[in-house]
Write a protein that binds this ligand. Structure first.
Ligand SMILES: Cc1ncc(COP(=O)(O)O)c(C=O)c1O
Length: 443
């Protein structure tokens, strides 16, 4: 056995993480009784907080009724209900929903649906997926190939089929050296160039996160960006897949982040908050146009998984949506997010803080070595890892990542508490973060 004496293959194999024995609301408790405030809803997943009694009830009820049926041969009332509620949450824009077990399966299913659509319409040459550098779409090989985080891709490079990445929408470190508001949205127009270079007749889809996840921690373009992207996609017959695995179901203060710009995708990839943090879930949702093309063609989409469309997962989706609606949690995320943004503003003058950005209840902070020049901290110091460890030590859980500056350097963190948090929890989170930044500066 390795030094951390466990049979679990933990992410860090020489240390052992704290053992969590209980969760309640925004808090987690370990086996020594230490309390942690969950500043990022796990990995932006537990939007309903921990220990929600209704979620346990929904799961238990469904497990008692029927826990498993195989989706190729059966449906269940609860699956039909969950799909109808997801469609309703998009105001009907998404017509059909294919449930899977996580975000990576969701983005892969979304791409398979895009490919199917083109094949059914007599364009089997369209298979390429263009995506953005510093994006993240999952760890399975396809999803990782479309992802653009150099650090996460590095070890598995030989397995990744490269079909085109464009510059991120990253105003703080604009790849085109432009100023926000006076930039001509070059990062959006880059898509047209890439489609032309790849050959439009070979491109199936463009996939992007409306608000960046861990690659750029809540960086997001002005809303007009999406209009330019939509036009380019339409011009070349390329489908627009929005990866709302992190942003969907209220995280950005609207049911889906695309609703801020009003620019609608052809396919949505969903996960994380889809189940409020109570079941391993993902989904790919398509418009009626996509679904009809497949229905009228081969009439089938069988590229699923054993646990796809699981009734227990469906029960969790259905109850999550009910709770979000009844308790007006999407509205609450919007309101609480404004407060979190204001509170984070109090850290703006800290010597380590280069940028604070966010939307709804999803906020990123980028740390720098020099505020004026935006020079990142020495990557050898692995500041983002020390930051995460010090937060845990001081009782705050949050997400951090490295490599936002072209993969070579850059330290960022993400704050995205559960929607059920109160203002005093936000105060506590930002208070601990401020103290942790001071501790790191002193070191
Ligand atoms: C935007 C986005 N897409 C896809 C994924 C992959 O989801 P999962 O880890 O559930 O496979 C993630 C995970 O962090 C994500 O943030």
């Amino acid at each position: 056995m390795t030094a951390n004496s466990t049979h679990v293959l933990h992410a860090m194999m020489t240390t052992r993480p704290a053992s969590i024995v209980r969760g309640e609301g925004v808090y987690l408790y370990d086996d020594t009784g230490k309390r942690y405030i969950d500043g990022s809803s796990g990995p932006i997943t537990c939007s309903l907080g921990h220990g929600h009694p209704e979620m346990a009830e929904a799961l238990m009820e469904q497990m008692g009724r029927v826990a498993y049926v195989y989706r190729l041969d059966f449906t269940t009332p609860v699956l039909e209900e969950a799909a109808a509620k997801v469609s309703e949450a998009t105001n009907g824009w998404m017509d059909k929903v294919f449930f899977v077990s996580g975000g990576s399966e969701a983005t892969e299913s979304a791409v398979k649906l895009a490919r199917k659509y083109h094949m059914e319409r007599g364009e089997p040459g369209r298979y390429k997926v263009i995506s953005r550098w510093l994006s993240y779409h999952g760890m399975t090989m396809g999803a990782l190939a479309w992802s653009g985080m150099p650090g996460r891709r590095a070890e598995f490079g030989p397995y990744l089929l490269e079909t085109g990445h464009i510059a991120p929408a990253y105003c703080y470190r604009c790849w085109f050296g432009r100023e926000p508001g006076r930039c001509g949205l070059e990062c959006a127009h880059a898509l047209e160039r890439e489609i032309l270079l790849q050959g439009p007749q070979t491109v199936a889809a463009f996939i992007a996160e409306p608000v960046s996840g861990m690659g750029l921690c809540a960086a997001h373009p002005p809303d007009e960006y999406w209009g330019v992207i939509r036009d380019i996609c339409d011009r070349y017959g390329v489908l627009l897949i929005l990866d709302e695995v992190m942003t969907g179901f209220g995280r950005t203060g609207k049911w889906f982040a695309y609703m801020h710009s009003g620019v609608k995708p052809d396919i949505l990839a969903l996960g994380k908050g889809l189940g409020g943090g109570y079941f391993p879930l993902g989904a790919a949702a398509v418009t009626a146009e996509i679904a009809d093309a497949i229905a009228k063609g081969s009439g089938s989409f069988t590229a699923g998984h054993t646990w796809a469309a699981n009734p227990m997962g469906a029960a969790v989706v259905s109850r999550t949506i009910d709770v979000l609606r009844r308790d007006q949690l999407v509205e609450r995320a919007a309101e609480l997010g404004l407060y979190l943004g204001q509170k984070l503003g109090t850290l703006a003058d800290h010597p380590l803080v280069g940028d604070i950005r966010g939307r709804g209840l999803m906020w990123g902070v980028e740390l720098v070595g020099d505020k004026k020049t935006k020079e990142p901290c020495d990557p050898g110091k692995k500041l983002y890892q020390h930051l995460a460890a010090e937060c845990i030590r001081q009782g705050l859980y949050l997400l951090t990542s490295g490599g936002c500056d072209q993969g070579r350097a850059g330290d960022i963190l993400m704050l995205a508490p559960p929607f059920i948090a109160a203002r005093e929890h936000i105060d506590e989170i930002v208070g601990i973060l401020g103290r942790v930044l001071n501790t790191l500066t002193e070191r």
